[in-house]
Design a protein around this ligand. Structure first.
Ligand code: KIV
Length: 276
């Protein structure tokens, strides 16, 4: 029975939370990417991604909304179940959408749906110290948690736009404290979005949990990008940290492989993708 979970007849065993912790310890970059359907999840798996996130970014790239706020738990369950069917090796994380984790009991109920009906192996939620009670409650029930700090898009209307976070020293210090508190509460991974390199580095050094960055500089344990950004499909102006990996490639498969390779050899992110 246990053998099945570890091998499923594959060349390399599925990635799990221990694999990710070992990668951090061994300074081996973790390549993460989003996916929203079975076809692309198979493609990113074959390209060598270690972690796949069904992000609530689907509200923007799939559903055409301006923010992630309208996304529901049912939307995430549907897309996670599609992605899960295409995946073999990567670790699968699903986003908990806006207002689906306001109190611990509600968070647990929704996380259970994402895992049972969606097939997620971990849930991701946004916010700092205010989420400690929720993270503790989920961890107490053995639900793996990724805590998302820095720019938290579900709070876009409160923040007043999609802006770099932690340029101010006191805000950066608070973010570091939040990361420590969330790790102590049981968070297994921290995701940092849109923060200066220095903040990414300090948080990565301060905690044991792997830190995955998006616009958080080169000194984190892994990188994540939205699949459609990697493929250059996002219209209009993209954030500074985005790199179109389709340039010079003749297939989506080659572009995603190039992204994974660039994360692994640390050529991505380059200086032009970072906030200093
Ligand atoms: O929703 C999402 O895709 C995310 C990534 C941008 C990290 O949270």
């Amino acid at each position: 029975m246990y053998k099945q979970l570890q091998q499923r007849g594959m060349e390399s065993p599925p990635v799990n939370i221990s694999t990710l912790r070992e990668m951090k310890q061994n300074h081996e970059p973790i390549a993460c990417i989003t996916a929203y359907d079975a076809c692309f999840s198979q493609l990113v798996d074959e390209a060598g991604a270690d972690v796949v996130l069904v992000g609530d970014s689907l509200g923007m790239v799939i559903q055409g909304h301006d923010t992630t706020v309208p996304v529901t738990v049912d939307d995430i369950i549907y897309h996670t179940s599609c992605v899960a069917r295409g995946l073999r090796r990567p670790f699968l994380i699903a986003d908990m959408p806006f207002m689906s984790y306001t109190v611990p009991e509600q968070a647990l109920e929704n996380a259970v749906h994402l895992m049972q009906a969606g097939g997620a192996m971990m849930v991701k939620l946004e916010g700092g110290k205010g989420q400690v009670a929720v993270v503790e409650y989920l961890a107490m029930h053995d639900i793996p948690v990724c805590a998302h700090l820095g720019l938290t898009p579900q709070s876009v209307h409160k923040i007043g736009g999609f802006k770099v976070q932690g340029r101010d020293e006191s805000v950066a210090e608070k973010m570091l404290e939040d990361a420590r508190d969330l790790e102590n509460a049981g968070a297994d991974i921290v995701l940092l979005e849109c923060v200066p390199n220095e903040v990414g580095r300090k948080i990565t050094e301060a905690i044991q949990a792997p830190v995955i960055g998006i616009g958080a500089g080169p000194d984190v344990d892994g990188q994540i990008l939205v699949l459609y950004d990697v493929l250059g499909l996002t219209p209009g102006q993209t954030p500074r940290f985005v790199k179109n990996f389709m340039t010079g490639q003749d297939s989506a498969q080659a572009a995603v492989s190039e992204y994974v390779q660039a994360v692994k050899d640390r050529s991505y992110p380059a200086e032009e993708h970072c906030f200093s």
